[in-house]
Ligand binder design. Sequence first.
Ligand code: SF4
Length: 219
Amino acid sequence: MLDKQTSQRILLDIIKLYPRKHKRRDAFYVLISTVLSQRTKDANTERASNALFRKFPTAYELSKAKVDEVEKLIKSAGMYRQKAKRVIQIAQEIVGRYGGRVPDTLENLVKLKGVGRKTANIVLAVSFGIPAIAVDVHVHRIANRMGIVKTKKPEETEVALAEILPKKYWTRLNGAMVNFGQKICAPRNPMCSVCIFREVCSYGQRNASGDSGSRDARS
Ligand code: SF4
C-alpha cells in the first residue's frame, strides 16, 4: 500500500493530466446517459443518448414513450431491451415523484429504480457540482492496482479515496480515472512502460517489463 501523501499526489496528477470534459451537464441527460453507459463504450453511449434525447428531450416526454421505440433509438448501447424499460421507468418516477426534476440528493437518487450509488454520485458531481466520488469499475480497479487503496468493494474504495483526496477535487476524480483507464491503465495490458506512475505504482513496479507498451499512449 502506498502512503497517503504519495496516493494523494498520484490522484491529483491524474486529475490534472487526464481531465474528462462533459459535453452536457443537465441532470436528466447525465442520469439517463449514465444508465445507458453500463457495459458499453463511450461512443456507443453517446450515439444512443443523442438519438434518445433528440426524440425525447425531457422526463415528461420519455415517461410517455413506447418501449419498442426507445429500444430502436438506444440499440447501439447494448442490452437495449433492459435499458429501454429502465430509462422509461426512471423518467416516470422523476415525473411522478419529483415533478419532472431530477433529485439532487444521494438519498433520493438511489431510490430511483436501477440507479445505484455510482450513477447517483456521477449526477451529483457532474450536474449539481456537489462533492461526490463516483466509484465505478475503472476507479475501483486502478486505485487497487496502483496500491492507493486495498479494498474489495467499490463502496469501500469510495470511503478510502474520500480520506485521501481533499473534497474540492472529488467531482473531477471519476472522469479523470476513466480517461486514464481508457488511455493508459487499461483493464488488460496496462501500458506500464509509458506510464508516468510506473516508479510509484505497485503493479507497475512488479510488471513493467511484461506489458505490451506498443499501443499509442494518447489514443
Ligand atoms: S504503471 Fe501500469 S498499472 Fe500502474 S498506473 Fe501505470 S499503467 Fe496502470
